[in-house]
Design a protein around this ligand. Structure first.
Ligand code: UT7
Length: 329
């Protein structure tokens, strides 16, 4: 039996309406617009309405991706949600999304705790599942990171934002072929970027809550910075090598949007020009697993991607996990 081509059939994204500027953080914690902008490149981020939860953002992005693919909800054969900020602790957000969308009773699961690499990591899984079973897989990266951070910790709170991005991966005439994917994990350094309270090792207690430990994202910024640059650069080179593509052939690199300085360092390592690097961290901050699909969606909406273009995705996050993918539009 001849297998249909599989690839990305549609993309979607959603950001909450509320825009929060750096100046608002400066009124809240001991920081300045100048510090945030010069150290991170971030000017604004979006904050979900208190009435919104993870599944609301996920649904909005998913419906846009389905519309972009020209598919109805009945076409979905599987749902994967990459998130560190789930709807509830149990069951997974994918279950809520399946019901909210009115999808068939298909397998649905979360990639929880995969950090900012979750969507690109998930793309590798989604394309394998799509190719093996001729399945149409809905992949969503969604975060409400502003709900789990400590709003009084200036070292982390100014960095994050809320958003969702989605892709439909399956058989058909692809919007983008997935030429190669790579991913990796180094769990030995997980303590450098983690949220320890709430699991079995350190359950939530009244004392823990009074010390805000349930929101205590532990991050050694400098170490994470170095690791992010090295891993995203290496994963990019790996995926190019696997696909037999030279860096000069790339039309666009869409990196995880955590910090403009990280993006610039990856750009330098890869040796590509400004026109090849997509940046939107200034508008949204670090939106975790939503960052790459949101950036990819926005790059396409801005006309930065044309048919035939080779586009490289690269991401890094807690775990540590990293992943890269090479697409041909
Ligand atoms: O997606 C993966 C998740 N995380 C990341 O990608 C984050 C990666 N790391 C980074 O982006 C950067 O390390 C940060 C933006 C988090 C920090 O930038 P940095 O240039 O590495 O600054 P630093 O942590 O070395 O801190 C420098 C100074 C410190 O003061 P002292 O000790 O030099 O007096 C901090 O206390 O800046 C201070 N600082 C701030 N000052 C004003 C930290 N946060 C703030 C703030 N406003 N918001």
């Amino acid at each position: 039996m001849k297998r249909a081509r599989t690839g990305i059939l549609g993309l979607g994204a959603y950001v909450p309406e509320r825009v929060m500027r750096n100046s608002e953080w400066a009124a809240w914690v001991d920081t300045t617009d100048e510090w945030i902008h010069s150290r991170t490149g971030i000017s604004t981020r979006r904050i979900a309405d208190p009435a919104q939860s993870t599944v609301d953002l996920a649904e909005a992005a998913a419906r846009r991706a389905l519309e972009d693919a020209g598919l109805g909800v009945d076409a979905i054969d599987e749902i994967i949600v990459a998130t560190d900020t789930p709807e509830v602790f149990l069951p997974d957000t994918a279950s809520y999304l399946q019901t909210r969308l009115g999808a068939r009773e298909v397998p649905a699961f979360d990639m929880a705790g995969s950090g900012c690499a979750g969507f690109v990591f998930g793309l590798d899984i989604a394309r394998s599942r799509a190719a093996v079973g001729n399945r149409c897989v809905l992949l969503v990266g969604v975060e409400l990171l502003t709900r789990i951070m400590d709003w009084s910790d200036r070292a982390t709170c100014v960095l994050f934002g809320d958003a969702a991005g989605a892709a439909v991966i399956g058989p058909g005439e692809p919007l983008a072929e997935v030429l190669a994917c790579t991913a990796g994990t180094d769990g030995s350094r997980s303590a450098i970027l983690c949220l320890e309270t709430g699991g079995t090792r350190r359950p939530v207690t009244e004392e823990a809550v009074s010390r805000r430990e349930h929101q205590n994202i532990v991050m050694n910024g400098r170490e994470v910075f170095k690791e992010a640059v090295n891993r995203m650069s290496a994963a990019s080179r790996q995926v190019l090598e696997d696909a037999g593509v030279a860096v000069g052939e790339l039309a666009l690199v869409v990196p995880h949007q955590a910090n403009l300085r990280i993006i610039k360092a990856v750009q330098k390592n890869l040796g590509v020009g400004d026109e090849t690097m997509f940046v939107n961290v200034q508008h949204y901050g670090n939106t975790g697993s939503a960052s790459v699909p949101l950036a990819l969606w926005e790059a396409r909406a801005q006309g930065r991607i044309r048919s035939g273009d080779l586009v490289l995705l690269t991401a890094f996050g807690a775990g540590f996990h990293w992943a890269a993918a090479l697409l041909r539009f």
